[in-house]
Design a protein around this ligand. Structure first.
Ligand code: FAD
Length: 456
């Protein structure tokens, strides 16, 4: 391997520059999905925007691959690479709340746990994901789907501005009025356009929510999914709810003799007045007998972290995804066949609703094109034993193939696998050509190519 002038970069950077001789290397190269095992030449734990600029320049000048890592959750492992440079933003996770403007600015390495912890004391929140350890930047750049999306839109619909270090090592401040072409592309276009060093969001009054998971017998699956389809079409927008298949974990609220059984679940979050929560949940009690539930008033960050324990770092992941306009009877039958084969307590299938407020942004207003889809389905294969990789990947693919005829060609970029690159154009429909034009303007040599790539 050729020798790189690493000391030059060390001299420029405030943060740590970690190479393979460093005792921290093994830990620093590890990402969330244990199936990904890559050996970068350098991991730059950036401490500030200047470090990001230096690392981008270093990778470009030396013709190295460049991976960008925020929360590290990329299932295809886009946050690392072999022999190249990793910009690790996990040291840049500050969140500054402006309560008078109801906005918050998060640094590029913040997680949703960091974000919620900062905004919750003010009784404020914005749309983030389902798990608190996911990165704010990675999740937002693909769109951002979560409990609050029906009420407040996708995460990108709440993005006010973003600072980006582009391929030429420049800091570009983007928003509706500055570099609006880049700002448009960032809202759904993923990590294609540069390193986002901070993101400013609009916040909403959300402190306590009423929510949690409810479990039903597997025999009720068609009943539950049909109910869900009708209910969520015009449910109040304060309701975020999604159905799931889930092997019952050994938790105290689930009867002991049901631990390990595969069940159908609805996980719901009522972000309206908490006093109305119980009433809002009545339809979920009426649909079928409830095997177990853990539902009640809780702080929003508690629901956002409720399933973190099922998804610790170090598991094997393989996911596939598609957008869905109508959850047809045929689609429901396909779910009823393959969902019950969910292979491990960490694996699941979720059908997230993306109607409500997420539909009020037009397809061309941001890069996220599927504004006419009502659902984003993800088959999340997650398991601890690498010996099961082949069998469990096969389950995800089988399930995906069965629902594909009832789904759109495109899927949510943040839930897609490395082998889905061929579907990227379909993800962006009419927005694709404009994305290519922005890519050519800001990254003509495709320095940022370790992502669901929009080739210049
Ligand atoms: C357990 C789990 C739960 C999830 N839940 C949800 C959910 O509820 N809703 C949802 O919408 N998605 C969800 N996702 C998908 C998630 O949005 C994507 O995996 C996302 O890419 C993760 O971002 P990250 O920063 O954690 O990951 P990383 O691996 O750090 O980053 C992934 C990619 O995003 C880009 N990126 C990250 N940070 C930056 C940055 N600062 N600047 C530029 N590019 C950057 C890069 O291309 C990078 O390779 C979940 C994923 C997992 C594993």
């Amino acid at each position: 391997m050729r020798t790189l002038p690493i000391d030059e970069l060390r001299g420029q950077a405030r943060g740590d520059v970690i190479s393979s001789e460093d005792e921290r290397y093994e830990d620093a190269r590890r990402v969330y999905n244990a199936m990904i095992d890559r050996r970068p030449a350098l991991i730059v734990r950036v401490a500030n925007v200047g470090d990001v600029m230096a690392a981008v320049n270093f990778a470009r000048e030396h013709g190295l691959d460049l991976a960008v890592r925020g929360g590290g959750h990329s299932v295809p492992g886009f946050g690392t690479c072999d022999d190249g440079v990793v910009i690790d933003l996990s040291g840049m996770r500050g969140v500054r709340v402006d309560p008078s403007a109801s906005t918050a600015r998060a640094e590029g390495g913040a997680t949703w746990g960091d974000f919620n912890a900062a905004t919750h004391p003010f009784g404020l929140a914005t749309t983030g994901g389902i798990i608190s350890t996911t990165g704010v930047a990675g999740l937002t750049l693909g769109g951002g789907i979560g409990y609050l999306a029906r009420g407040f839109g996708l995460s990108i619909d709440n993005l006010v501005s973003a600072d980006v270090v582009t391929a030429d090592g420049r800091l570009v401040q983007t928003g509706e009025r500055e570099h609006d072409d880049l700002f448009w592309a960032l809202r759904g276009g993923g990590g294609n356009f540069g390193v986002v060093t901070s993101l400013e969001f609009r916040l909403h009054p959300v402190r306590e929510i009423y929510g949690g998971p409810m479990f039903y017998e597997l025999s009720e699956v068609e009943n539950v999914l049909r109910f869900y389809r009708e209910y969520i079409a015009d449910a109040p927008e304060q309701m975020g709810a999604f159905p799931a298949f889930q092997i019952a974990p050994p938790l105290p609220f689930i009867p002991e003799d049901r631990h390990g059984d595969t069940l159908v679940a609805i996980v719901a979050c009522w972000a309206g007045p908490v006093a109305e929560g119980e009433k809002a949940f009545e339809p979920f009690h009426d649909v079928a007998p409830v095997v177990a539930e853990f539902v009640g008033p809780m702080p929003y960050p508690a629901l956002n972290a409720a399933f973190d324990g099922l998804l610790p770092p170090g598991l094997q992941h393989y996911w596939k995804a598609s957008f869905v306009k109508e959850l047809t009877d045929e689609a429901i039958s396909a779910h009823a066949v393959h969902g019950p084969d969910v292979p491990a307590v960490n694996s699941t299938m979720h059908i997230y609703p993306i109607n409500g407020a997420a539909h009020r942004t037009a397809p061309g207003d941001t890069a996220f094109a599927y504004r006419d889809a009502n659902f984003a389905t993800v088959i999340a294969g997650v398991w601890p034993d690498p010996g099961q990789n082949e069998a469990n990947i096969a389950w995800v693919r089988r399930y995906y193939d069965a629902i594909a005829p009832h789904s759109e060609e495109g899927g949510y970029v943040n839930f897609m696998a490395a082998d889905d690159q061929g579907r990227i154009k379909a993800n962006y429909k009419g927005n694709y050509d404009r994305l290519v034009a922005v890519k050519r303007a800001y990254d003509p040599d495709n320095l940022f190519h370790l992502n669901q790539n929009i080739a210049p």
